[in-house]
Design a protein. Sequence first.
Length: 512
Amino acid sequence: MMRNVSRHEKRCSAGVALLIWIGTCCWFGLFAVGGVDPHHDGIMLKPAADLASGQLLFRETFSQYGALTVLIQSLAIRWGGEMLLAVRLSAVLFYGFSAVLLVHLSRRLLSGWWAWLPLGLFWGLAPFYLYRPDWVFLPWSSVYALTFQLLTVVLCVEQLLRPRRFGWWGVGAAGMAAFWCRQPAGLALAAAGALVVSLHWLRGEKEWGPVRRRIGALTGGALVVSLPFFFYFSLFALWGDWFRQNLGFAARFGAEAGGTGWWRVVKAFLPPDPFFALLPYLMAGMTVWLVLAALRERGSRFRLAWVATAFAGLAALHQYFPVGCPRHWYWGAVLSFPCFALVLQMAWCREGRRRLLCRVTAVLLMLAVVVDVIPRVAGIGRYGRFLASSRTLPDGPLAGMRLEPDEYRYWTEVEAAFARIPEPYRSRQYVNLSADAIYAMFFPERRNLHPMHVNWDNLVYPDYWEQMKKLLGEYKPVVCYFSDAPIPGGRYFARVDYGDGRRFWYILLPLD
């Protein structure tokens, strides 16, 4: 049942929240400094750096994800410099905020030490513990969206437990902020809209006036957050590029990566990790149980708060599809951690004849968690050994990053290759025709000939190659790319072995 919180408890909670935030940032921050993923790190760093330098988002620089994510990361770059480390540390700060919000939510809904179990899952199942040279900490848009998703749930629960005049405005604003961080996370906002109607029905209210006012407040909060983006898009006529990059490409990528058919969706929700495989089906069952419990206890705000939490958890699980990996399972599962803790609390505290069976079930569920934690512990050990032998680049976009010896050799050679480009070509336009945006960060001129600062063929813009060939002929730029086939009108200047014996990165200079 709902607990009353005293003023002293509130002061203590603020101190605990600060300690949780600092502890999460310090611990997660250790993993943020290790390794480089040229593809995923680059696609986040490049648009943030371009926006920080004054370029128009979407029109002059491509961004796969939400404008708010790019804005947050560009502010980090303005503060910390054009470095990958600045962007990664901004993600660390948001992980810290998420930990605080998760604990606040759990302490409002769970009792005793069970309220701390979700934080244990949050700390224990982080995907970047599974360290390998090709599996590192990523400042992905899902990290920022997760914070706003949790904030949406926290504000919704608070509003249900202790209504405030403008509370639903905050819920709408937080939900829309999640949308602007990562568009698919807007599904949480759609779930909140459905929740408004269902909560009204569950409480047995006959008047629809409260529902209309609630929908109006949610919409108003969402508009408050969206209006600056609407103004920016309209002022610079960015709507078409935004739609193509953030919505059209996302939909096409989802269809191509995930495939079609119910079996592909079901398969996505059966990952090889036991805990993450159990969670979606456990959540579905818990949501049904909570809805039925709310129907039996009409008017119980506490039950409605749990229903809201379950609805949001189900909505967040969309990240299992179309790309299934430990990162997406984790980001999608965090909002479900309180419901998982509730299942364990109910099973362990069950009295009566089925007490032993329920406790065995709780133990088995925790064993599923342990099975997924074990490889992460091993990964932490690998990461510790990596830190002991790693090296750090002194400057450039990768300054401050800890690198494997082979990585250090590779990126040192890449920097040296750019430094050797003859003076007459330094003032030329540079073009990145590789699929990894990180290379564009080494260019002396940040401007892009085409908003696609990466070569993803015609996946985003159907006429990309047609336009690029015209631009190459007109500007005769310096080109970097992965290929053994030289571009007509260019000559090899540098070749760097990627380290796997199969791929080589090239710089080409124009012939004239």
